[in-house]
Design a binder for this molecule. Structure first.
Ligand code: DOR
Ligand code: ZN
Length: 352
């Protein structure tokens, strides 16, 4: 224990309810950063090609399990990538076997590797109907993709044009609005009385707004989708995350890309936060005078939504008087991946 330690916080081992692990060399490099600190993670299926069938999910889960460092107690929770050819029987069999936890909806073209996503939602009615009947959660990338809709408005439009009509057609469907970024999304979730709607929030959307990305130079490592919004929306997210409202829980959306593809004339979307997500959150909750609310957000509410037990294992965060150095980039073969840096002092770390 370091001499300048001023405070510790011990909580049930957290979970990450929205994570990109990729595959192959990249997966093997990034996975330890999650497996070290999180007990479970909902693993996104936007590989190339995507994880479309139960067999794909089984093979991907096997590859992930092989890459978990020994001594880490980590369970990947697998998702299927919803396409217009998803077979409801295959999904249900995977769900019943405990292999598949949820299904991810990417509107085609909304984000990284979403080309195989859904163009016409009515074409997946049979799948959604089955999910609604069986309680299989639908995880939404909640942005419309029409060229004429401004990128800052795409989430709010998705709620009105896509999500709410869908939920009215399938009232028993369980939905997680992934990585919410707007006050409209917070209001939509807060106003829901069904008990079937939750939302994940990322670290970067709690710590940053679009000024951080665009003022005094363009910061490509803050570019992700849905894109950072104005400060008013950041405030709404922070209030939701620190409110002890069980419908809001952590999904880091940690999404690694090689540094040279982020620092690029056409940079990719994604923030790699797995190594320091919990430290950054502890700082954020402390700054909001809500450290006592961190446990619910990172360790309890997501498990509750998914009907899973809260971890019996414990993780300790410790506060150091001196700010900690931001993490170095990680090496993936001959490439590097830049770690999220909120560019403000972080005094917290996970006890090694
Ligand atoms: O910023 C993002 N990156 N948003 C997404 O929805 C996908 C993710 C990725 O896979 O890189
Ligand atoms: Zn994501």
């Amino acid at each position: 224990m370091s001499a300048d330690l001023t405070q510790t916080l011990t909580i049930p081992r957290p979970d990450d309810w929205h994570l990109h692990l990729r595959d192959g060399e990249m997966m093997r490099a990034v996975l330890p950063h999650t497996a070290r600190n999180f007990g479970r993670a909902i693993v996104m299926p936007n590989l190339v090609p995507p994880v479309r069938t139960a067999a794909d999910a089984q093979a991907y889960a096997d590859r992930i399990r092989e890459a978990i460092p020994s001594g880490c107690d980590f369970t990947p929770l697998m998702t299927l990538y919803l396409t217009e050819t998803t077979d409801p029987d295959d999904l249900e069999a995977g769900f019943d076997a405990g292999l598949i936890t949820a299904v991810k909806l990417y509107p085609a073209g909304a984000t990284t590797n979403s080309d195989a996503g859904v163009r016409d939602l009515t074409r997946v009615d049979a799948v959604i109907e089955r999910m609604a009947a069986r309680g299989i959660p639908l995880l939404t990338h909640g942005e419309v993709t029409h060229a004429e809709v401004d990128i800052f408005d795409r989430e709010a439009r998705f709620i009105d044009d896509v999500l709410d009509p869908l939920r009215q057609r399938f009232p028993t469907l369980r939905v997680v609005m992934e990585h919410v970024t707007t006050e409209q999304a917070v209001a939509y979730v807060s106003g829901d009385q069904s008990g079937r709607l939750g939302a994940t929030i990322t670290v970067q959307h709690l710590m940053l707004n679009r000024n951080h990305m665009l003022v005094e130079g363009l910061r490509p490592h803050y570019y992700c989708l849905p894109v950072l919004k104005r400060a008013r929306h950041q405030d709404a997210l922070l209030r939701a995350a620190t409110s002890s409202d069980q419908r809001f829980f952590l999904g880091t959306d940690s999404a690694p890309h090689p540094t040279h593809l982020k620092e690029n004339a056409c940079g990719c979307a994604g923030v790699f936060s797995a190594p320091n997500a919990l430290a950054c959150l502890a700082q954020t909750f402390e700054d909001a005078d809500a450290l006592d609310r961190l446990e619910g957000f990172v360790s309890r509410f997501g498990a509750g939504f998914y009907g899973l037990p809260v971890s019996e294992a414990r993780l300790t965060l410790e506060r150091c008087e001196a700010p900690l150095r931001p993490p170095d980039p990680i090496q993936v073969g001959d490439r590097s991946v830049t770690v999220f840096d909120p560019l403000r002092p972080i005094h917290w770390r996970v006890r090694p």
